[in-house]
Design a protein around this ligand. Structure first.
Ligand code: HEC
Length: 146
């Protein structure tokens, strides 16, 4: 059984694990709607938390993939703009609880629910940000591009 983190992903793992992960998230998440009000302050708070806690592994949609994030097994993916594969509550669930046996921590002990919902708002709306928020998000792109 290989235990190194720098081995290549088997094709089976690469095909099966993302589907298993997605199915588990869908099964566990509630149907809750995002309780934070969608406005510039919420989105800016989401950018701040993302820059401080997430970008070092996931980079930002326009930034280059993080070498640190790519060094996990499985690697930390770049999170696609809009995160259309998950609903708000599914995204909240995976961020709060993390992903077992991977580098993805459960953030529930480090971030408040409100902070997690703010990040969810940012990620779900990243294709349609007000200019002032887009400016801060773009700065984070430049900063995390290594
Ligand atoms: C120390 C590195 C690290 C940090 C920091 C980190 N993550 Fe992750 N994250 C990962 C890894 C590794 C995976 C991939 C796990 C897998 O493929 O099973 C992941 C997966 C995810 C996924 C699932 C992606 C998908 O397509 O299913 C989401 C969403 C996510 N992270 C959001 C976040 C957010 C938001 C933050 C900041 C609050 C964050 N992560 C911080 C390492 C990290």
């Amino acid at each position: 059984m290989p235990v190194s983190a720098d081995g290549t992903h088997s094709r089976l793992e690469a095909r099966i694990m993302p589907a298993v992960l997605h199915a588990s998230i869908v099964r566990h998440a509630s149907e809750e709607t995002n309780p934070v009000r969608l406005n510039e302050d919420t989105l800016k708070a989401g950018v701040d938390t993302y820059k401080a806690m997430c970008a070092r592994c996931h980079s930002t949609p326009d930034g280059e993939a993080s070498v640190y994030g790519q060094s996990f097994y499985p690697p930390a993916p770049k999170l696609p703009e809009g995160m259309s594969q998950y609903t708000d509550s599914q995204l909240f669930w995976v961020i709060k609880h993390g992903i077992r046996n991977t580098g993805m921590p459960g953030w529930g002990s480090m971030l408040s629910d409100e902070e997690i919902w703010q990040v969810v708002s940012l990620l779900k709306n990243s294709l349609d940000l007000p200019p002032s928020v887009e400016a801060e998000w773009s700065t984070s792109k430049a900063k995390s591009a290594k």
